[in-house]
Design a binder for this molecule. Structure first.
Ligand code: DLZ
Ligand code: SF4
Length: 501
């Protein structure tokens, strides 16, 4: 009995279920295909990351004694689709069966189900299986992350003292929202100058995908498991101790601040989520990091990451069509160029173009918040997030964008829209101090556009939001607003939206 073991570009883990109990006569198939490189026009650095990491991983498998059939993008016989390459490999190797691990996207699962004789195994790299999540979510918890997270903490015995959370509380989110002092020093993360393999991929990407967002220049991301580990170790030592307090802070020219910056390599499979959580817990228990930092980090990995994946698989394919707030506006051109007077958006977009990265508050409260307030069509916003971030795969991107940022799922994932005016952005960043708009003003050509957009959003969705107790306060303030001022705010919002077209 021989088998063909298929490993996709974001399945680069030695303990992948598709590789379990692999025998001497079995063959691993890895294929670089145009279909996956262009189904969205991925950021140039994401393409380099994925293809270079795939090539390095194939070498690691060969080093471990496995036979790898590795198809390069420029191989003349390449059919340029995953299905085409699996079919071609079946012809060539005549395996008795094909073994794959469930993919991260609905679209690919549909495709995979069509592969002749395929056994699709569960992806054990996640800490909560899809079926397991469904049975939890069916249990009447209102599908809220907080309850799921508690269950995961208990199940994996992380930050627990018997049956109680360490420190007496499950969640230290309220202690993660400090403004970054001007004097705070932000350490530089490790950088990895491209080796020969990566340089070859950089040339390939620059030549084949010249019109994709961003550029290959300055690529310095980790592309192997060892490099990804080095990044994580540096985070544990240098940034995790400060991560808690300033998790939501933003600063011009510093996209990472104290974040780990590991989402891209974690989502490729180069890091193991449970090990990361245990390492953060050990750092807390040794006294090296405070509890609000360790808990905040663990919540992202053990809580949010697993939760959004569960929600994605539970609600697909319908989730990708939801548009609860009936947002229909086109994405402004400045989302691609970064050319806008709004300093916060300019920074978040130029950081993203340069690094294929922005941290969660830039994504949620700057670009996402603008798209929410302006009523941009979720299809356009989804497509943008999928393109621009190196860590974006639909299982994680869709619930975060359509659900968390845009509230287009009507509250499946979050209990309220994360709408904010300029005051929030000013509190959490140094952007407003360096902006030509005045964050304290709502009216007039130099008034911060977020302010008018915020009240206009509350006004537009007043009726729908009135059913949500978490929106009571802003709606009360809206109700108290002088009608003349509200009319002026509506006019200012129209002006801002017209300028953003
Ligand atoms: C993202 C990506 C890219 C750019 N290229 C490839 C590829 O050439 N071959 C491959 O197997 N996988 C690639 N991937 C990752 C897939 O798109 C990913 O496996 C699916 O989106 C499911 O998550
Ligand atoms: Fe952004 Fe408004 Fe602040 Fe300018 S003033 S940076 S537009 S929030």
């Amino acid at each position: 009995m021989t088998s063909l073991r298929v490993v996709l570009g974001d399945q680069l883990s030695l303990d992948l279920s598709a590789l379990e109990a692999i025998g001497a006569g079995d063959i691993v198939l890895m294929a670089e295909v145009l279909g996956e490189c262009t189904y969205v026009r991925h950021h140039a650095k994401k393409l380099v990351l994925v293809l270079s990491a795939m090539r390095h991983f194939a070498e690691a498998l060969r080093h471990g004694g496995m036979t790898v059939d590795y198809i390069r993008l420029d191989d003349p016989a390449n059919t340029q689709s995953l299905s085409g390459e699996v079919a071609r490999a079946r012809q060539l190797h005549r395996p008795d069966k094909v073994i794959a691990t469930e993919p991260g996207e609905w679209r690919v699962l549909e495709e995979m189900r069509g592969w002749e004789g395929v056994e699709i195994r569960e992806d054990g790299r996640f800490l909560c299986g899809i079926r397991q999540f469904r049975s939890w979510a069916g249990g009447g918890h209102g599908q809220r992350m907080e309850f799921f997270y508690r269950k995961m903490r208990r199940r994996h015995a992380i930050l627990m003292e018997d049956d109680a959370p360490v420190g007496g509380r499950w969640n230290f989110d309220l202690e993660n929202r400090k403004r970054l002092p001007a004097a705070a020093r932000v350490p530089k993360p490790p950088a990895f100058p491209p080796d020969t393999v990566t340089r070859e991929v950089m040339s390939l990407v620059a030549e084949r995908f010249p019109d994709h967002f961003g550029s290959v220049e300055g690529f310095d991301m980790p592309v192997t498991q060892a490099q990804a580990e080095t990044c994580f170790e540096a985070f544990l030592r240098e940034r995790l101790p400060l991560f808690g307090d300033w998790q939501d802070a933003m600063r011009i020219g510093e996209p990472l601040i104290y974040h780990a910056g590991i989402a891209a390599t974690l989502n490729l499979g180069l890091l193991d989520p449970l090990r990361l959580c245990r390492a953060a817990e050990a750092a807390y228990r040794s006294g090296a990091v405070p509890l609000n930092a360790a808990e905040g980090f663990i919540r992202q990995i053990l809580g949010w990451r697993e939760f959004v994946r569960g929600i994605y698989w539970m609600h697909m394919p319908r989730y990708a069509t939801l548009n609860a707030l009936e947002a229909r506006r086109k994405l402004p051109a400045f989302f691609w160029s970064g050319e806008t007077r709004m300093r916060c958006l300019r920074e978040a977009i130029t950081d993203t173009r340069r690094h294929a990265y922005a941290h969660h508050i830039q994504r949620l409260m700057i670009t996402g918040n603008f798209a929410l307030l302006a009523g941009i069509d979720p299809d356009e916003v989804d497509a943008w997030y999928m393109v621009v971030y190196a860590d974006a795969y639909q299982w994680v991107e869709l619930p975060n964008t359509r659900g968390m940022a845009l509230f287009a799922d009507g509250g499946i994932i979050g209990s309220k829209p994360y709408a904010a005016s300029g005051a929030y952005i000013n509190r959490m960043s140094d952007y407003c101090r360096h902006c030509t708009y005045d964050v304290r003003e709502s009216l007039g050509a130099d008034a911060c556009p977020f302010n008018a957009l915020y009240w206009n959003f509350m006004d537009r969705h007043r009726e729908r939001l009135s059913r949500n107790p978490r929106m009571a306060m802003p709606l009360r303030n809206l109700a108290r607003m002088d009608p003349k001022r509200l009319a002026a705010i509506r006019a200012r919002a129209d002006e801002v939206l017209a300028e953003s077209e």
